[in-house]
Design a protein around this ligand. Sequence first.
Ligand code: NAD
Ligand code: ZN
Length: 470
Amino acid sequence: MLSADRGQPGKALSLGKIHAPTQRVGTGKLRNNQKGSEMLPASTEKDISRRQIGREHDSSYRIGTHYDNKGLLYGNSCERRLELTSSFTLTSEYRVTADIFAAQNNTLTEIYQTFGQCTAVVDEEVLAHYRARIESYFAEHGIKLRMLECPAKEEDKNLSSVLKIVDYLASPDINQPRKEPVLIIGGGVLHDVAGMACSLLHRRTPYVMLATSLIAAIDAGPSPRTGVNAHNFKNSLGAFHPPIITLVDRNLFGTLDPAYVRHGVAEIVKMGIVDDSELFSILERHGAALISARFSDLRDPKLADVADDVLYRTVASYLKHEGTNLFEVYEDRPHAYGHTWSNKFELSARLLHGHAVSIEMCLSAQIAVLMSWITEDQCVRIIELCRSLGLAVYHPIIEDIDRMVKTQETVRRRRGGEGLCAPLPKRQIGECDYAQVISSDLLKAATNKHRKICRQLPDHGAGTEMYLKG
Ligand SMILES: NC(=O)c1ccc[n+]([C@@H]2O[C@H](COP(=O)([O-])OP(=O)(O)OC[C@H]3O[C@@H](n4cnc5c(N)ncnc54)[C@H](O)[C@@H]3O)[C@@H](O)[C@H]2O)c1
Ligand SMILES: [Zn+2]
């Protein structure tokens, strides 16, 4: 179990090395008449081979320690053909700490002292609570702090916000060096927007993500998916650019609006349903208490321990699937549960992300029942857990089957164009499989069934504070 050490650098969860996909230049087979070089036989014809002409790089020229790349180049000068196999390596960490801005906490100092400065992009609401502590922390450690204050609501998740951050980082006063990680301090929105800005600056600038919200701590923060909403679709544009370090101090959630804690718990429920049945059971027992304490104000040491356990289990489960597939080369992604149709209806209905995910998870559970993947009882357990946490389980927007089918088609193309690859629970809670085709008849039948059940509920399946504010 991962515990928070007060005033100490946090425990680290290393993501290890992640290899990017292979890139190839030239598709023809290489005919080799030359001698003396490394010869690799081609797969099909005996007289065809390849000659390695790539090179090693001198490590003294390497920029930073978190990224590396290697390449193998094979050439055939007679046929003027080249074939490149290249790999990109990232080393990334997830660390939990406590009282991150306390003078004796070395977590940020260890990262920024060598640079003598830190460029931070900070959520304006976070700054309203923590400006004095952030400024005095860096001042006490003699690290020059340059800070950009950013509005970071769902409405700000757009390209113009990304460009404002890029303009700041590239301005003559800041001139952010390529090897120095930007510090992002904020929730999921700021992660996605500022992370995308870092992906553009110098074509790739590293960043450290200090998660100030629950979603940023367990999902968006360590995620490689940066991006913005566009074309009335969630996260329609973006780049795969993970942080080099994600830092979590759950005490910071104490100033978060409780509505944002609640919607964040939907992403934890998600990992419980598709990957970790014990996590699901822990939420059945303690989820409501954790939400009321915002995972932060935990005087009961047992509940504090549960909070740490829940955060650790969720991230470990998430990174098991996401950290080994950072560039979404594979579509067997359990954490996409609840993220198929909601990509469209979340924005249209102005729902908070977690409530949209929760509504889709419940509808998907009904689909799984109709497909005989789970039992009726398991579906009821999923809906009851979401209800007990105040998450929405129904919204009339899902009754627009045409819209849902169109969204499904867009998502299918976005995921690679073969099947839909929609994760659904299968066999038992904690396991899932991927539905490749969901017909409009099946979608309609599941929606009707779910609507009838939710009509019996006093609030018709609505969640607590389920809509975007403002
Ligand atoms: N990249 C990914 O893989 C990924 C995963 C999950 C969610 N997301 C995205 O994350 C977003 C939701 O994240 P969120 O719940 O963090 O929302 P958010 O970033 O909008 O933060 C919620 C609100 O709380 C404020 N805030 C943040 N931390 C605070 C703190 N400690 N004290 C006081 N106020 C604070 C913010 O200014 C904002 O108004 C959605 O846009 C969703 O699409 C991305
Ligand atoms: Zn999500």
